[in-house]
Design a protein. Structure first.
Length: 447
């Protein structure tokens, strides 16, 4: 058909313009991690002649713009979610336990116990020297203060983790509600449109956010909607179609986390929440450890005091009060009350048999100093192991991110080449229309 040249040129211009718009959108979102690149499908536009006798042959009439195609890979996206979930769990646990380690190290707990033993050892050389007795009593006071500081700073570290967990619960529920809304909108959206591509981006963004807080299993349905189940013991449904459940968080008496959805309790196995829960569980063990150390010191010191006599020959009185790291304190009023001599010794005795027994108990392989050393060494080893694991998972997560970027991200070099190609196509189609206009003007001007 003579007029088909106009249709060819016009359809080419339309296809070039739509492709240019998508390319520009890709370039503008190149740095957006929640954006998947778009492209436009095209097909031949076939025209059928129906004017004149026998004019029924088909002829090409240009290009028919197709649908917007969004780059995606369900497998790569799932791998990226899973690795980010594992990394979030390891990082959260590492940072929380590093805070706990710093809390116990800065409290001076171990150095206080060692200084207490050192002061008693010096006193053993001259048990009646007032300055040495006063130094020994002050070392007890310092040690007790170290225990209380350790208890307080560990409680602060635990509180930070609890506050962080509580602050994230509304965000998690908001993400779940957002995903449910996206699911409802996807059902009503039309295939191959830019609006549907934007909804799919929003869906994957919500899934990524949920996976960072909880390990999830996402089921992508045929209509593009996503159902989410939290990987936990037991697994629980969070989003089903257009309906989202709410995660509830409570704190147990010992400070650990307790989760439930609709009354169904669960323990997360992945994501930052699992890391926080694991860290708080370990902090409970640390708290029990320093309480046991404090109780051991109190029992050893007071038992030794009751088995000896002071400088006046009176039975020894309790050296420490309290039952744990939070309330341990000095009970003895005067340094003269330190029972260095064994029971039955006269006033002013230089016999240090009872002091030697106290030192032996404190320095034993199962004594408080050894216990504190074991506690801190175990904590340091745990933090080091978590750091190594975090670095390893970081490499895996970075690899998965790179694969996702290659599968769905924007390559600026490719888009720049597309811009040049599409610009040339636009100019070529404009030239087609210009030539067609000139031809018809020439034909109409013939006499």
């Amino acid at each position: 058909m003579p007029s088909a040249i106009f249709t060819i040129g016009r359809s080419g211009l339309t296809a070039s313009r739509l492709s240019l718009e998508l390319t520009a959108q890709n370039v503008a979102n190149a740095a957006n991690p929640d954006y998947s690149r778009r492209s436009l499908t095209q097909s031949e536009l076939v025209m059928t002649g129906n004017i004149g006798i026998g004019a029924s042959a088909d002829s090409l009439g240009g290009i028919r713009p197709g649908v917007v195609v969004r780059a995606e890979s369900a497998l790569v996206q799932r791998q990226a979610r899973d690795t980010s979930s594992g990394l979030a769990a390891a990082e959260t646990e590492f940072f929380a336990m590093r805070e706990a380690e710093s809390a116990l190290e800065t409290s001076g707990l171990f150095t206080g116990l060692v200084a207490f033993e050192a002061a008693l050892t010096r006193l053993e050389g001259n048990p009646l020297e007032p300055a040495l007795r006063l130094s020994a009593l002050e070392s007890v006071r310092t040690m007790a203060a170290n225990f209380r500081v350790a208890d307080s700073t560990l409680a602060n570290a635990r509180s930070l983790v609890q506050d962080e967990a509580a602050a994230m619960v509304p965000d998690i529920n908001e993400l779940a509600a957002e995903l449910a809304k996206v699911n409802r909108d996807l059902v009503a959206s039309r295939e191959g449109t830019a609006g549907r591509a934007a909804l799919l981006d929003a869906r994957d963004k919500a899934l990524r956010g949920l996976a960072e807080e909880f390990g999830i299993a996402a089921t992508i349905n045929a209509n593009g909607t996503a159902d989410v189940t939290i990987d936990a013991a037991p697994p629980v449904a969070l989003v089903t179609g257009g309906v989202a459940a709410s995660v509830n968080l409570a704190f147990a008496a010992d400070g650990t986390l307790a989760f439930d959805i609709g009354g169904t309790a669960f323990a997360p196995t992945g994501g930052a929440m699992a890391g926080r829960a694991a860290a708080l569980d370990q902090m409970v063990g640390l708290q029990t450890g320093i309480d046991s150390l404090a109780a051991s010191v109190i029992a050893i010191a007071n038992t030794a005091q009751s088995a000896g006599v002071d400088t006046d020959g009176n039975p020894g009185q309790p050296l420490l009060s309290g039952t744990n790291a939070a309330d341990i304190d000095v009970a003895l009023a005067s340094a003269n009350g330190l029972a260095t001599a064994p029971a039955g010794a006269p006033a002013g005795s230089r016999d240090t048999g009872n002091l030697a027994t106290l030192l032996a108990s404190l320095g034993a392989a199962t004594g408080p100093a050894a216990g504190a050393d074991t506690l801190l060494l175990g904590l340091s080893s745990r933090v080091s192991a978590l750091d190594t694991r975090r670095e390893g998972l970081g490499i895996v997560a970075a690899s998965a991110e790179g694969e996702l970027l290659r599968a769905t991200g924007v390559d600026l070099d490719t888009e720049a080449a597309n811009l040049v190609r599409l610009q040339q196509a636009f100019e070529a189609n404009s030239r087609v229309l210009q030539v067609a206009t000139e031809l018809f003007d020439t034909l109409l001007g013939l006499r």
